[in-house]
Design a protein around this ligand. Sequence first.
Ligand code: BES
Ligand code: MN
Ligand code: ZN
Length: 498
Amino acid sequence: MFTIERNFNWNQQYDALVIGLWDQPLQLDGLLGEVNSKLHNQLEEIIKTGEISKKSKEIGSVFTLGNFGTKRIITVGLGKKASVTTETIKEALGKLFKQLNGKVKSISVDLSSFTSESVAIEDAGFVLGESLALSTYTYSGYKQKSNEPEKHIEQVSVISEEEEVLASLQTGYIFGKGTNSARTLVNTPGNMLTATDMAEYAAHLAETYGFEKEILEKEDMEKLGMGALLAVNQGSTEPPKLIVLKYQGKSEWKDVIGLVGKGVTFDTGGYSIKPKDGIVGMKTDMGGAAAVLGAMEIIGELKPEQNVVAVIPATDNMINGNAFKPDDVITAMSGLTIEVSNTDAEGRLVLADAITYAKHHGAGYLVDVATLTGGVIVALGTHTTGAMTNNETWFEQVLEASHEAGEPIWRLPITDKDVKRIRSSKVADLNNSPGREGHAIMGGTFILQFAEDTPWVHLDIAGTATSKADYELGPAGATGVMARTLAVLVENFTADHK
Ligand code: BES
Ligand code: MN
Ligand code: ZN
């Protein structure tokens, strides 16, 4: 896919040469200047007329009409140099690749034209690789005729004097690919991705990357007393699975990061059934599991010196004569009893046992990712993931990783009064849904009762796991959100020994 060239090859017949254009007085040094003189200064003229824009994310195109091998010069407006971030460049390139995909096969990119004081050449290389994978993603599902373009960008020659940039490009591409795998899992309908299918997918990952794997069956869960996960599965004819993948990158199994992802393959709401409009789209209720599996793919590729245990409770939330009901009292693996006020607050139930199990596997640091509440969508919208924590320094690491990945998170509080409220049941230790007020916070507060003192961050991706509209870095549908944040978190992790 990627090659590095020290100098642009004028004879090579690339489909396009891509150059970044800053919103500043035109500087005709470097490759842009050379191209301009080969085009008899016409490029300069066109830019001056404003027909080619330097504004952020504006794409311009000029044919070279036989003046040299490459067919087109494509310019990518980058806006003002002082205000640029790697995120803007990622989106600008995403917009470009979306336009080019299906039309061109080979491109050459003048990478240094995308660098600034705040964007080093490695950063530019990373986002190029990342955005190429992300923006050209499609999900054709089960259409008899695929909507995938026949022509793909297959060959990207990057002009740079620094050979090391190749590694950045490839790493960025791996991050994009891992995210795309998460997207495909989320886009797959519930009948095509049952808990059993998800376990098979995880087993395949384990084989590819040499992870240790453990799949708990219903009988195993019964023996372990996973009454919360089992309750959610009670009304289903599809057996539940608890999926565990272990990646050991250190000589000893210590300082283990536990990644826990909600894997509800379809959420009807159970007897607290969802209305007909609210139920559509609930195939995406395993977005947390998908993020964890996407991150494990990236981790498997990059092999950081860290220890990770991924735990995914997988089941659907269905209704039949055996299904659990409102008012039922169930007992989680940790021993805590739970009054079920709402069978639609099922995510926290499956996560409760998964978190307990992650701790049993030695997780000393926890992150759970879940499409947990509609409340978080009301609070934060669809671009920002909700976060809750019991540990400031661990939260800092997650926040830092989310910045680096370009996936914003925002913290919601958990106070002693919230804890009191989740523990206010008259008949059990906990109530799974003590009311509408602050119910995103209630979700987090409930899970906290199982994380206990282990450093933990909860990420509620109900708003961010899917996008209603197409965007620069992908089509409408699953976003694969948090796969990259989790992977960066693992890569950069430092144990906090107090
Ligand atoms: N899976 C839903 C949350 C959800 C809603 C995800 C919309 C994606 C889009 C979750 O299991 C749920 O039903 N949550 C309830 C919680 C309530 C019963 C406390 C909700 O948000 O209404
Ligand atoms: Mn639900
Ligand atoms: Zn759910």
